[in-house]
Design a protein around this ligand. Structure first.
Ligand SMILES: *[C@@H]1O[C@H](CO)[C@@H](O)[C@H](O)[C@H]1NC(C)=O
Ligand SMILES: *[C@@H]1O[C@H](CO)[C@@H](O)[C@H](O)[C@H]1NC(C)=O
Ligand SMILES: *[C@@H]1O[C@H](CO)[C@@H](O)[C@H](O)[C@H]1NC(C)=O
Length: 476
């Protein structure tokens, strides 16, 4: 890992003497591509279909495509609980009970549901939303009755029915048509909340539309669904390859990850995100610092409301090595620093707070070790897990120790490690823990290694497919 970085730093320095020019693509960098996308990205921009429903009478007129678990589900090997479709339907119908929907009008609400992507929901899935909408196409008004509402929407999850998934007990949701071109009851899964103020609130007169998420410069989500995260329990995952995610902070926190990773470039004076190349305008501050500040404010000082003592590792992977990168990171962190949310070194002792910033990649160890340009000593180093002997790395300069799994441990085509590999890992972990550091491997051959790694004491499990983290036990 270090050799690779060394060569790359030299390569970038030679080819790119002007620090703020477009950096040279680092093709030698090992790009680990996730096997799955968390949720089909176009399912995040769909909205409730209009009245383009077939002329069926008192029956399902269409199914949607985003799978939701029907029953409430126990995840994390029995350590966590997520809401299914039936609970969401009851919530909506009970709230809507007695409401009058005028002719041509709508009554809508979105609420939390577990999206299992058509897989075993006890092992695979992420927090998402189901959008409910009652669309009255009659010339007279329609009064919602909770019992009928549950019956109509419940048809969408009926065992053996059109929208039901036999293998995993899930539903695609869809539309139930009351009468002939009369009243439509819609229920559609989505990975993000709606634009409208309809999250766990009834809203009339408008069609729900999903918040648009993109990899550009706009705010990740607005409004931010803060309360949706209230009951999420943290689990030892580290959200890796964040540049691939539309809404990195939200996705990582909705999975309960205690680590997340931002690849940053100093580009044209801005600290921007990107992996192979920077994405101009997509700033570290807008995508990470500001949302985290909002969340921690909301929770009264912690990232996870359910576990206030849990610090979040914000791993900042430096893609540019000039001194300005560290300065820009220190500056961008100012809102979190001002609020007292950053772990820091005080009198030579680590004082943990909501967020622990760890600098990786081309970050300058010496400056971090000396606190040079980091007056509050609130940036720590990502030590080399494979080289913890000696006195270089300590809990005063580092917080995480990482290594490339395949370099440091070797190949592993299945979850069965050789005893030599287990010894290597156990050694790395005990060295890290003796120094008070958190152990992590990157470039895992597969997420099937999480269980053996966790059993050997590895603290952060690198996750590319966050839906997979549903199977990982929550922290107790
Ligand atoms: C989603 O988008 C991809 C790429 O744009 C496309 O190939 C695919 O068919 C879309 N899926 C759905 C369900 O619309
Ligand atoms: C809904 O249906 C009505 C009558 O069938 C039609 O006039 C109207 O244009 C439709 N609206 C949309 C948005 O398709
Ligand atoms: C719905 O409201 C009616 C009165 O409008 C009430 O009689 C009924 O019990 C309510 N149903 C539920 C499930 O709350």
């Amino acid at each position: 890992m270090r050799i690779v970085f060394g060569l790359l730093i030299v390569g970038v320095a030679l080819a790119s003497p002007i620090a703020q020019d477009w950096p040279v693509p680092r093709t030698a960098y090992p790009v680990y591509r996730p096997v799955y996308r968390p949720v089909a990205s176009n399912s995040t921009v769909s909205s409730i279909p209009s009245n383009k429903t077939a002329l069926v009478t008192d029956a399902i007129s269409s199914c949607s495509s985003t799978w939701m678990t029907i029953s409430d589900v126990t995840i994390g090997g029995g350590t966590d609980h997520r809401t299914g479709f039936t609970t969401a339907v009851s919530k909506f119908c009970d709230m809507a009970n007695g409401s009058t929907v005028q002719s041509q009008d709508y009554l809508s609400m979105a609420t939390e549901v577990f999206l299992n992507s058509g897989k075993d929901p006890s092992k695979y899935g992420l927090l998402g939303y189901v959008y409910f909408e009652i669309h009255n196409k009659l010339s007279s008004s329609h009064t919602v009755d909770a019992t009928s509402c549950k019956k109509y929407l419940g048809t969408l999850s009926e065992v053996g029915g059109q929208c039901y998934g036999t293998t995993n007990g899930d539903t695609k949701g869809g539309t139930y048509q009351v009468g002939t071109n009369g009243v439509s009851y819609h229920a559609l899964g989505n990975s993000v909340p709606p634009k409208q103020n309809a999250l766990n609130k009834l809203l009339s007169t408008t069609v729900l539309a999903a918040q648009s998420v993109n990899k550009g410069s706009s705010a990740p989500l607005n409004p931010w669904p803060l309360d949706s995260l209230n009951s999420v329990l943290p689990t030892p995952c580290h959200s890796h390859n964040d540049y691939d995610r539309d809404i990195p902070v939200f996705e990582a926190l909705s999975a309960g990850c205690i680590g997340m990773e931002a690849d940053v470039w100093l580009f044209a004076g801005d600290l921007v995100l990107g992996h192979i190349l920077p994405t101009p305008g997509r700033t570290f501050q807008a995508q990470y610092v500001n949302p985290l500040k909002t969340i921690i404010d909301h929770n009264g000082g912690s990232v996870y409301k359910s576990r206030p003592s849990q610090t979040l590792v914000l791993l900042v992977d430096f893609k540019t090595s000039d001194a300005g990168t560290l300065d820009a990171v220190v500056t961008a962190l100012e809102p979190l620093r001002q609020a007292g949310y950053l772990s820091r070194l005080e009198g030579g002792v680590l004082v943990k707070r909501a967020v622990t910033v760890v600098a990786s990649g081309s970050a300058p160890f010496d400056r971090i070790n000396n606190g040079d340009g980091i007056p509050d000593r609130d940036v720590f180093y990502d030590a080399n897990l494979g080289a913890l002997g000696g006195s270089t790395y300590t809990s005063q300069n580092s917080y995480v120790a990482s290594a490339d799994f395949q370099d440091a441990v070797g190949e592993a085509k299945t979850a069965i490690l050789t005893s030599a590999q287990m010894d290597t890992i156990a050694n790395h972990v005990s060295q890290a823990h003796e120094k008070g550091l958190v152990a992590r491997y990157w470039n895992l051959p597969g997420e099937y290694l999480w269980e053996p790694l966790e059993a050997l004491g590895v603290d952060l499990l690198n996750a590319d497919d966050l839906s997979n983290t549903a199977r990982v036990p929550r922290l107790q």
